[in-house]
Design a protein around this ligand. Sequence first.
Ligand SMILES: [Zn+2]
Length: 169
Amino acid sequence: MEKHGKTQHCSEDAITAYLAGMAEREDANHVAACLDCYARVERARIEMEHLHAVAEALASRPEHFWNRQRVAIMDRIPYPRQGLGRRWLWAPGAALAFAVVLLVLMWPAQVRTPVSPKQEIADDVLLSEIQSDLERPVPRALEPATLLVRARNDMAQSSKRHTSGGVQE
Ligand SMILES: [Zn+2]
């Protein structure tokens, strides 16, 4: 009856190795001969298959879970994202426009008056300068500029009239 009294049953490692098809010849022979160890191998095989199924279920469930998560997140994101986009997309453009305006404002001033900027030129002096500019013969290319100067002149004079006299137009 005690057929396997002397023999060593397979170790857990040996059972695992047998399942993996990497058992020592000695262990393989023992499993073939020993019902106990054969049963252990079968139990381990069933356990492994069960674990495999569980692992597959776990692997497939998280994917589904993450898909749902992604959908849920995407459902929530567009609103703040659109708001953010609308709110912040203009920022670089505005910065660029601001830089351009600064450049336009600063550059001519520096070029015209590099040393001591006479920013407080009286309007009358400016107007007389413009007047003398107008009296000079103007190259054809600068004619639009003279139109601008004339318009500016008219505006200045009309504003003068506004301040001194009443509104008369
Ligand atoms: Zn055995």
